[in-house]
Design a protein around this ligand. Structure first.
Ligand SMILES: CC(C)(COP(=O)(O)OP(=O)(O)OC[C@H]1O[C@@H](n2cnc3c(N)ncnc32)[C@H](O)[C@@H]1OP(=O)(O)O)[C@@H](O)C(=O)NCCC(=O)NCCS
Length: 157
């Protein structure tokens, strides 16, 4: 989105647990964020009947996080504790607020979960062609690589 259409929210972002009443809004943002990034014609309907936000929240509401600006949900992220393996995502931010540090704010509670859970291997799926995504996650120690099936299988065994 052109920078002229962006609203600056620097300094007014908060991060808190994602609550059940937030789920509709978080789901809308999840769809429009991925749909916008991928350039589909109707981003608000992207992912169809797939329900990542509600299912991730239901799996562990204590590991689901919302970013808010003036009380309004503007993004979310989810951590998952698979024993020795820690996983996160989907991470999404409302497109008109991209590139203002909200994604990084939503990484903080997820990384704190991994510290608490003491997972030995951490991972995510992302877009390998996107310098932004690679840089965002590199800041937290994630580097691109092949999906470590053998490691994952061994870790979960
Ligand atoms: C990915 C996403 C969550 C990031 O949210 P965001 O609020 O825009 O991200 P932030 O502003 O916190 O951080 C982006 C960082 O990427 C870096 N970055 C941006 N463009 C970059 C580029 N072209 N090259 C290298 N680094 C870049 C910036 O340095 C920025 O860090 P900084 O603020 O310290 O400078 C958001 O763009 C989104 O919702 N995308 C669509 C859904 C998606 O792809 N989710 C992630 C799936 S793995």
């Amino acid at each position: 989105m052109p920078s002229a259409k962006r609203t600056s929210v620097a300094g007014s972002v908060s991060v808190r647990p994602l609550a059940e009443p937030d789920l509709d809004r978080a789901d809308e943002i999840f769809r429009v964020a991925f749909g916008t990034f991928l350039g589909v014609p109707e981003p608000e309907t992207f992912f169809g009947t797939a329900d990542y936000v509600r299912t991730r929240w239901a799996a562990d509401p204590h590991a689901a996080f919302a970013a808010t600006v003036e009380g309004e949900v503007v993004g979310s992220n989810f951590a998952a504790d698979w024993g020795s393996v820690g996983y996160f995502g989907p991470l999404t931010v409302r497109p008109d607020l991209w590139d203002q540090g909200i994604g990084r704010r939503l990484m903080e509670p997820v990384m704190a979960c991994f510290d608490t859970w003491e997972n030995r291997h951490l991972g995510l799926f992302t877009f390998a062609h996107s310098p932004k995504h690679l840089e965002l996650y590199r800041r937290y120690g994630f580097w691109p690589g092949p999906i470590p099936h053998s490691h994952l299988d061994a870790s979960l065994a």
